[in-house]
Design a protein around this ligand. Structure first.
Ligand code: ATP
Ligand code: MG
Length: 357
């Protein structure tokens, strides 16, 4: 039976970059990849059409799909809305509604783009790390939370860092499984010297990995040191696994090591390997509608989809090889343009990857 892919273009550059990824999928579909595409509204586009960022019809289609490709959401137009009905709420609703608890963020430095990093070549050349971030728990969701007024009239803000053992265990398994397909090393990042919750995190990490992933090397690092090591010597890492908040921060840090925000894909997976795939960058309203956004992060998100949700690793390799080929050929969107290279538009880049395929 063909696999159902739901396309959620979203806002800003979302529709432009998603179109290029759809070209790539159509090409592969013409060569035997058995997929069926559908499309729905999310984010600001959904607010304009329906009054809310995540219509029920979109969530229902997302639940039925085998995988979802998302562009990006948000833009100036919706910035004054109440936080509860902003475009970004659409994303959070999808993550929660689909129980996408594992966020995978590769940080890869393409050798063709080595100059884009602000770090020295010897520090970053060949960089290839995977950050596995817990996405549905921790301090971003823990109760109680809020701002309250105290007896003396001063206000106090509070949030709760909480993880169940089962939540820690399942994210460790994701990290262990991915490490096996890579260099078999997992670094678990916590703050076990200060936070009891992450003391438990470390304990469960050891238990799960010793029991079921004895072939994977496990190490631990406090988050402050991990941030420092990422910038000092990032190539020491293979897979990093961490909590929701630490992962949010470290994955942005790791992405910037490559200097190419338009090149990095991401995946958010549920317990059965179903996933939502999207570029790590936002909707880039400053360049929307100008046919100059880099579509490669979105195209590489399709490669991740093939690898992690559709069990089509060979097709994923083909996309990644095609991206490497267009970079080798010197094609560059403005964000990654350099001397002696050929500047192309969003559309031309999408066409070039499709042509190589
Ligand atoms: P969000 O809050 O949605 O993460 P953001 O404020 O972090 O958004 P982005 O939308 O990611 O910001 O954009 C940051 C900068 O990077 C902008 O100048 C934008 O134009 C640029 N940018 C982002 N994505 C791309 C892309 N695919 N191609 C070219 N430039 C991009
Ligand atoms: Mg951002």
């Amino acid at each position: 039976m063909s696999k159902k892919i739901l396309i959620l273009p979203g806002d800003g550059i979302g529709p432009e970059i998603v179109n290029q990824a759809v070209k790539v999928m159509d090409k592969l579909a013409g060569e035997g990849l058995d997929i069926e595409l559908d499309e729905a509204l999310v984010g600001g586009a959904a607010i304009d059409a329906t009054g809310g960022p995540l219509p029920d019809t979109t969530l229902d289609l997302a639940k039925e799909a085998d995988a979802i490709l998302l562009g990006a959401v948000g833009g100036y137009k919706w910035e004054s809305l109440d936080i509860a009905i902003r475009p970004e709420k659409g994303l959070l609703g999808l993550r929660a509604g689909l129980n996408l608890f594992a966020n995978l963020r590769p940080a890869i430095l393409y050798p063709q783009l080595a100059d884009a990093s602000t770090l020295k070549p010897e520090v970053v050349s060949g960089l290839d790390i995977m950050i596995v971030r817990e996405l549905t728990g921790g301090i971003y969701f823990g109760q109680p939370r809020g701002v309250r007024e105290l007896d003396d009239g001063e206000r106090e803000g509070f949030n709760t860092l909480v993880y169940r053992e089962s939540e820690i265990e399942r994210i460790m398994r994701v990290a262990g499984d991915i490490a096996r397909k890579r260099d078999s090393r997992v670094c678990s990042v916590d703050k076990a010297n200060v936070l009891e919750c992450t003391e438990l995190w470390r304990e469960v990490a050891v238990r799960v990995m010793e029991k079921d992933y004895a072939d994977v090397e496990l190490s631990h690092m406090y988050v402050d040191n991990a941030a420092m090591q990422l910038v000092r010597a990032p190539k020491q890492f293979d897979v990093m696994v961490t909590t929701n908040m630490f992962g949010d921060i470290l994955s942005d840090c790791a992405a910037m090591l490559t200097g190419s925000i338009g090149m990095l894909p991401s995946a958010s997976l549920d317990e059965n390997g179903k996933g939502m795939y999207e570029p790590i960058h936002g909707s880039a309203p400053d360049i929307a509608g100008q046919n100059k956004a880099n579509p490669l992060a979105t195209i590489l998100s399709v490669a991740m989809m093939l690898r992690y949700s559709l069990d089509e690793a060979a097709m994923a390799d083909r996309i990644e090889n095609a991206v490497n080929k267009v970079l080798d050929d010197g094609l560059r969107t403005p964000d990654i343009m350099a001397d002696g290279m050929k500047e192309v538009s969003t559309e031309e880049m999408g066409d070039a990857v499709t042509a190589v395929l």
